[in-house]
Design a protein around this ligand. Structure first.
Ligand SMILES: [Zn+2]
Length: 232
């Protein structure tokens, strides 16, 4: 995957300490608002500002005022062809109704996304998110469950399924044990549990969290309203 090849964790750390203006010049890129006014994506330097940028984008999506979905795609590709500087990582479900960039109103190069049915923190997913946090320097990982999740429903039902689909069930089972047969409660519990798994099973992510350079948060997406809510 294309990356800032010459940069390691130490230079990522340096990036976070750049002044806001300098970081904006490095990480932000301009795109045209519908009115023709150039807008520049803010460069978040903290977990909190990254979360704010995600939630602001979701608010634009919910209120049907997106600004990232009508851009100059050719210019965006040119800006991001040889490097990527995403401001957040998102672990979401594969569900076709949860298109991550759209629901957060973000464009090419802004989010580092891992998607797997049930948004489970499988080993390859952890590896991907370690890359996003440690190598690309994103200060936030959001684990995003969603209402009416088929993977959670299937884990709750515990019925026979074809092929290897049941491989998804074991990581979701602790949420089912906690929430019982209430699918929406299990969705929330699962997002929290997968976030906890990321925090505790990865020494890389745990170290970044201890140093205050990373936050792992759990959230849910509502298919009806489009709203993302952070879970305590
Ligand atoms: Zn799902």
């Amino acid at each position: 995957m294309p990356s800032r090849k010459s940069e390691g964790p130490s230079s990522c750390s340096r990036r976070r300490f750049l002044s806001a203006a300098a970081a904006t010049a490095v990480a932000g890129y301009a795109f045209k608002l519908p009115g023709g006014t150039p807008a520049r994506a803010e460069a978040p330097l903290t977990p909190e500002s990254a979360l704010r940028q995600l939630l602001d984008g979701n608010a634009r999506y919910v209120s049907q005022r997106p600004r990232s979905q009508s851009p100059d795609f050719a210019a965006m590709r040119a800006k991001t062809e040889t490097k990527q500087e995403p401001f957040a990582c998102v672990l979401a479900c594969s569900d076709s109704r949860v298109p991550v960039e759209i629901i957060f109103d973000q464009a090419i190069g802004q989010l580092f996304v891992a998607r797997v049915a049930g948004n489970i923190a499988a080993p390859e997913v952890i590896a991907s998110l370690e890359y996003g946090a440690a190598e690309l320097g994103t200060p936030l990982i959001m684990v995003l469950g969603h209402s009416h999740c088929g993977a959670v429903k299937a884990a709750v039902a515990g019925e026979q399924v074809p092929g290897q689909i049941s491989a998804l069930f074991a990581p979701i089972q602790p949420a089912v044990d906690e929430a019982g047969h209430d699918v929406e409660a299990a969705v929330k519990a699962n997002a929290r549990i997968q976030a906890a798994t990321l925090r505790k099973s990865s020494p890389v992510l745990a170290a970044l969290t201890r140093e205050g350079k990373l936050k792992v948060v759990a959230a849910t997406y509502q298919l009806d309203s489009g709203k993302v809510d952070i879970l305590a």
